[in-house]
Design a binder for this molecule. Structure first.
Ligand code: NOJ
Length: 492
């Protein structure tokens, strides 16, 4: 088995949502040549790795998270040769590349599904088929999770849209098929994968006998995730991926429970979990931040650190009320706290949410499903839009306009913070020393092998930190309010 040097713990990742990062051919959507054209930008920013969201052939019902062919590139995003060029350019720039891999479900246009619905022997059990709907499970995109198929005359299970049929991981053939997919991209030279909703794999037939509980009409997803057998499936993927020296396996874990998150990581499992303990914050709450930092530390998790992704509103709008000073402090936290930072494209600009003004603006499957559901329930167009607007994930998915001159950009600050993190081992992998929240003043220490660094952040934005007060060398200072709002000091 290949050794993993743990490079990912020393790396800052940058998520690239391929359809909206950079349009290389002027057709209005992002593509792989567009990403390649920004490699210098990413290098100058100082990120060590990029995560590419799905770029495979797909009907794009869920913007590529509905894959119809795992061994090719969607023609809208380019060609396989474009992918090879991107990889080469990234590696030349010293940037690693991880690919999003959707192994929980496929598009219903995938050849496996087409053969499975025809009941072809080899593919009969590739998906989850039932004569009758066995439980009350709802899809994560609103509505029932079982869809009747006229051809097979049975119901199939889908945790997301009805065009995303869930694979049956209790069938050992699935792991073998998935290894071939992973092999294809690893042989090309990718440095690892981000496994989509990996704790949602359906591995346990018995679990389907149980209804999910409901609270105030809202279903709690209990039996349709973290099933018995998911860890074994992850272990199978991990054993294979780690036969490639230094390959990194990140898994998206849709769960806030720290023990659950931790149970998927470690030797023989995931190298890290993409966990939402910070990302799921709806509105700014520094006490919650401090609480989570302490709790994650106590649980022994090396968390991923992010406030934004393609699945949520941008934190510049959601948490900072579009105040650049606040965004600076969040950047300071993200790049000095303990964990693996995942920046989301454009947060360094900083980009705000796309405005969603009418139902015409609803592009995302989750938003569209919500809208349709409400109309079917007899709600007015206004009510349906109001409901869907809360659920849609279009806010962070607008195509970046690279020609726009933006004022007050945070690129320089991100660059300085990334440089600081690269230069100081204590900030990358050091343990926490003291962690304290005093009013709105957050203080933490990072202790490395040879140095100790203290970070102080004044979330009140009044600038009440006395920089240089203790006589320690100041590594970075963010001025604002009446003085200093953010401070990184070298204690030892
Ligand atoms: C998580 C992805 O991040 C999200 O965008 C997608 O809709 C679901 N998984 C389903 O694949």
């Amino acid at each position: 088995m290949g050794e993993n040097s743990g490079w990912f713990e020393n790396t800052v990742f940058y998520e690239i949502y391929v359809p909206s990062f950079c349009d290389g051919n002027g057709d209005g959507i992002g593509d792989l040549p567009g990403v390649t054209s920004k490699m210098n930008y990413l290098k100058e920013l100082g990120v060590g790795a990029i995560w590419l969201t799905p770029f495979y052939p797909s009907p794009l019902v869920d913007n590529g998270y509905d894959v119809s062919d795992y061994f090719a590139v969607h023609e809208k995003y380019g060609t396989e040769a474009d992918f090879d060029r991107l990889l080469e350019a990234a590696h030349d720039a010293g940037i690693r590349v991880i690919a999003d891999m959707v192994l929980n479900h496929t598009s219903t246009s995938h050849a496996w599904f087409l053969k499975s619905r025809e009941n072809q022997e080899k593919y009969r059990d590739y998906y989850i088929w039932r004569e009758k709907i066995p439980n009350n499970w709802e899809s994560f995109f609103d509505g029932g999770a079982w869809e009747y198929d006229e051809i097979r005359r049975m119901y199939y299970y889908h945790a997301f849209s009805r065009e995303q049929a869930c694979l049956n991981w209790s069938n050992p053939a699935i792991l073998e098929e998935c290894k071939e997919i992973l092999r294809f991209w690893l042989d090309k030279g990718v440095d690892g994968f981000r496994l989509d909703v990996i704790n949602f794999l359906k591995t346990d037939k018995a679990a389907f006998a149980k209804d999910n509980p409901c609270d105030d009409g809202i279903q709690k997803h209990i039996y349709d995730k973290n099933q018995k057998g998911v860890r074994e499936a992850v272990a199978g993927l991990s054993a294979f991926v780690h036969t490639y020296p230094d390959a990194f396996l990140l898994g998206e874990i849709g769960d806030d429970d720290l023990q659950t998150i931790q149970s998927y990581t470690g030797k023989g499992l995931l190298d890290a979990a993409f966990n939402f303990n910070l990302g799921s914050m709806e509105k700014w709450d520094e006490a919650y931040l401090a609480e989570q930092v302490t709790a994650m530390e106590a649980a022994g998790i090396n968390p991923t650190l992010f406030f934004s992704s393609h699945d949520m509103r941008r934190h510049f709008s959601r948490l900072c009320s579009e105040n650049v000073e606040a965004a600076k402090l969040l950047a300071l936290f993200l790049l000095t706290a303990k964990g693996i930072p995942f920046l989301y494209q454009g947060e360094e600009m900083p980009l705000a949410d796309v405005r969603i003004e009418s139902s015409q603006d609803l592009q995302d499957a989750q938003g569209r499903y919500a809208y349709e559901k409400m109309l079917l329930l007899g709600k007015t167009e206004e009510e349906a839009f109001g409901y869907a607007r809360e659920r849609t994930r279009d806010y962070a998915r607008g195509l970046i306009d690279w020609d726009l001159q933006r004022e007050g950009g945070l690129q320089e600050l991100y660059q300085s913070l990334l440089t600081l993190r690269r230069e100081h081992e204590a900030l990358r992998t050091g343990k926490y020393g003291k962690i304290a929240m005093n009013g709105q003043l957050f203080y933490f220490e990072r202790i490395g092998r040879r140095e100790k660094i203290a970070v102080t952040i004044d979330f009140s934005l009044t600038g009440m930190i006395s920089a240089g007060y203790g006589g320690n060398p100041v590594l970075l200072e963010i001025k604002g309010g009446n003085g200093c709002m953010g401070l990184v000091e070298k204690l030892v």
